[in-house]
Design a protein around this ligand. Structure first.
Ligand SMILES: [Zn+2]
Length: 263
């Protein structure tokens, strides 16, 4: 599969070394993720596709994936901007969004890409699946060398995320092209690691509550030793995501901000 990898030029505390976007060139050029509208990203992109863009697919409405959409729209007014709707998030980016749905097929010069709705990290998250090469454009579903944050207070749902991981695994991908970090040539191994990590974390959360009711902050202090202050909020989101999943399974309950085992 012929793909042009383009860096969005947006390194920072939340994006690591920054985002990758992927251009599928050919007669119907399709861009996966919009970046942030950085001039060097736009210049590199339109040098690679002088005839413009047919489609821009945004994997989900987090700023590092979507905020470049208006700048792309100005440079490529004929391009169609597509994503699974998340209205309150999408409204911040003024382009004519077209709704993607699970199972929809997008034609490219490299053959069809199938939309796989993979909520969890964000409610609107999609993977694009290229069956011929068993390649998945995985957005923020997978990152090599790190786990993925489930922002539980902003649309993240851990149970959905685990279902999405299993759904990707069932496709038996050979290669995953993530929005952050290096290409993943063993996606099934990464998914297995993630599922094992979540099981460990769940056990730790339950053990923490076994000692008595606790707040999210107290559980984080117990589970994450030597946590840098900048990462506390992310750890709290992760613990909250676990608690909400366990609450859905009637294994924990809460009284105000205090969580306890449900017995
Ligand atoms: Zn994201």
């Amino acid at each position: 599969m012929n793909i042009v990898t383009l860096h969005a030029a947006n390194p920072g505390p939340m994006t690591g070394s920054g985002n990758w976007t992927y251009l599928v060139p050919g007669p119907r050029p399709l861009l996966v993720d919009a970046g942030v509208g950085h001039a060097s990203h736009l210049d590199e992109l339109f040098a690679a596709t002088p005839a413009g863009l047919a489609d821009v697919v945004v994997t989900h409405a987090h700023a590092d994936h979507i905020s470049g959409a208006p700048a792309l729209h100005r440079r490529a007014p004929a391009a169609r901007f597509r994503k699974v709707p998340w209205p309150e998030a999408d409204a911040g980016y003024d382009v004519p969004w077209e709704a993607l749905a699970d199972g929809q097929v997008l034609e490219t010069g490299e053959g069809p890409l199938t939309v796989v709705h993979t909520p969890g990290h964000a409610p609107d998250h999609v993977v694009l699946w290229h069956e011929a090469s068993r390649t998945a454009f995985t957005g923020d579903l997978l990152v090599r060398g790190s786990t993925v944050v489930i922002p539980a207070s902003r649309g993240g749902v851990l149970a959905d995320y685990l279902r999405s991981l299993r759904r990707l695994a069932a496709l038996a991908p050979r290669r995953a092209l993530p929005a952050h970090g290096p290409v993943i040539d063993d996606p099934l191994a990464v998914i297995d690691l993630y599922l094992a990590h979540r099981r460990d974390r769940e056990r730790q959360v339950l053990e923490a509550l076994d000692g008595g009711p606790a707040t999210v902050t107290a559980i984080v202090a117990r589970l994450y030793l030597d946590l840098q202050p900048a990462l506390v909020a992310m750890a709290e989101e992760s613990v909250l995501a676990h608690l909400l999943m366990l609450e859905g399974e009637a294994r924990v309950a809460r009284d105000g901000a205090t969580w306890r085992l449900a017995r």
